[in-house]
Structures are given as C-alpha cells and as structure tokens.
Design a protein around this ligand. Structure first.
Ligand SMILES: C[S@@+](CC[C@H](N)C(=O)[O-])C[C@H]1O[C@@H](n2cnc3c(N)ncnc32)[C@H](O)[C@@H]1O
Length: 262
C-alpha cells in the first residue's frame, strides 16, 4: 500500500472513530485493510468512506475488523491453571482483597473467567475489585449485560462451573447476575487514558500484540508502575516481554510477570 493512501485511511479513521492507527503495527494493519476492502466490494478507499455517510455501521465493521475482538473464557486453560494453583495463592497471601484490572477485556470473557476463578477460591468472603476495560463500547455493553455467549466461547468452562455461573438459553449462555455484579466495566483507551495504581493484578492478554514495539514498551512500563511491588502482570500465551528485566518485572513461568519488590 502506498504511504499516501495509508495516511489518508489513518486520517479518516482518526476523525470518524477516534482510532489512531499509528500506534498499531503497520504491516499487520495494512494486510487487514487490503482484505477488508476486497470483501467490501468497493473499488477504493474514497468510495468506501463515502458510504459511511449513509451507512455508519460500515465504519464500525471496519473498526471491529481492525481491532479484533476475538476472545474466549479461560483462554489458554493451562495458563489459568497455573494462575489458580501458583500465582493466585501468593497474591492472596499478601492481600485478602485483590485489585484486579482486565485491560482490553473485549466482550467480557476474560474478566468473567477471573471472577469465576476468584469466587471458586474464596467464595464471596472477600469481595475483590475487578475492573474490566476496553475502548470498544459495543463489546463493553455485551460484557456488562453478561452475554449471551456461544457454546464455542464457553467451551473451556468446566461443566460444573458452567452450571454454577451461567444460565442456559436457547441461543447460548448468560452469566448469572451475582457474577456480573462483581465486575465494573468501563471504557478506556490504553493509548490515551490514565491508569489506576496500586493494582495487585493486571491482565492484558492479546491486546498489545497489535501495537508497535515502541508503544508496547511504553505500556509495559506503565503497567509496571501501576502494580504494587509483588503485583503481577498476566499476558497472552505467546507474548514475551523481552525488556522485563530492565523494567523490574521478573518472569514467573510463561505469561506471568511479578513486579520486583522495591
Ligand atoms: C483480541 S481481543 C483480546 C481479548 C482478551 N484480552 C483475550 O485475551 O481474550 C483485543 C481487545 O483489545 C481491545 N483494544 C485494542 N486497542 C485498544 C486500545 N487502544 N485501548 C483499549 N482496548 C483496545 C480491542 O477492542 C479488543 O477487544
């Protein structure tokens, strides 16, 4: 794609939906843009952007396609096992009530998986604070109302937990209200908005993989600063923080990075 054409698309997207593509890996974005245009049936980008005036849903489709909302309950189940058996007991040893942030929570599968894991460990005796954020308002609304989720999305949820925390509907599964109430959902742009501090656990999985190396690195530093010493960053199954040592994050098994005690 010509630089001029890419700049034009970036400007349009920034104006129309507030997404700044310059923070995202350009090769990957350009590949997805080309596929999107092909499937849309438009001969070129000016033709696509002209339709936005009459069909605002088309720009939302493009944004969804670029930011990729794919998620699942207990994504990478072995990581959640390690979290439950090793990481969580240590966190709870330091502090009975945890401050948890699911950053880039998509349709809610991730924060609900965390809430289920926490509830299974110590019930409601210590209500934890779980904040779940995403910049996608549409995904957040779905998350806030507890679904429904497809059979595919809940495939990793053990049958006993599915029965305990979900209501079965003709079109899928709905999270029960008790669990919904344990989570605060809020819109938040990781590239712009301030981050809370003194957090025990930050879960940011399969989100920063779309960002440039520089933005990724800045975010990891901000995550470090937002964790309390001993607090843990939980990243995606294929994500490795190469500069972890420089920013005082110590790998603890694949996918987990505790902040070094000061
Ligand atoms: C692939 S999903 C990951 C969902 C979940 N964390 C998981 O691992 O299953 C990526 C999510 O990141 C969100 N996202 C992308 N850029 C973002 C940004 N700048 N600020 C906040 N969320 C963002 C997208 O809207 C999407 O919901």
């Amino acid at each position: 794609m010509e630089a001029q054409e890419y700049n034009y698309i970036r400007r349009e997207l920034l104006n129309l939906v507030g997404v700044d593509l310059s923070a995202y890996r350009s090769q990957q974005v350009q590949r997805r843009l080309a596929t999107f245009l092909l499937r849309s049936g438009h001969p070129n980008w000016p033709s696509f952007f002209r339709t936005v005036r009459d069909d605002p849903a088309s720009i939302r489709k493009l944004k969804d396609y670029l930011t990729i909302n794919v998620s699942a309950f207990f994504r990478d189940p072995e990581k959640y096992e390690h979290f439950k058996d090793t990481i969580l007991p240590e966190l709870l040893h330091d502090c009975a009530t945890l401050n948890v942030w699911s950053a880039g929570c998509s349709y809610g599968q991730e924060p609900y998986s965390l809430a289920i894991t926490l509830s299974e460990i110590n019930g409601s005796s210590h209500p934890h604070h779980i904040l779940a954020t995403d910049f996608d308002q549409h995904a957040l609304e779905h998350a806030r109302s507890g679904g429904p989720y497809s059979a595919e999305e809940v495939a990793n949820v053990p049958a006993v937990l599915l029965k305990r925390y979900f209501t079965s509907l003709p079109n899928g599964y709905q999270v029960k209200e008790d669990l919904q109430r344990q989570i605060t959902f809020r819109q938040h742009n990781l590239l712009e908005d301030p981050i809370d501090d003194d957090l025990d656990l930050i879960v940011c999985r399969n989100v920063v993989i779309y960002f440039t190396a520089e933005i990724k690195s800045q975010l990891y530093r901000r995550f470090h600063d937002a964790l309390r010493p001993g607090g843990v960053l939980f990243v995606g199954g294929t994500e490795i923080i190469s500069e972890a040592a420089d920013i005082a994050l110590t790998p603890a098994g694949i996918s987990f990075y505790p902040r070094r005690a000061d």
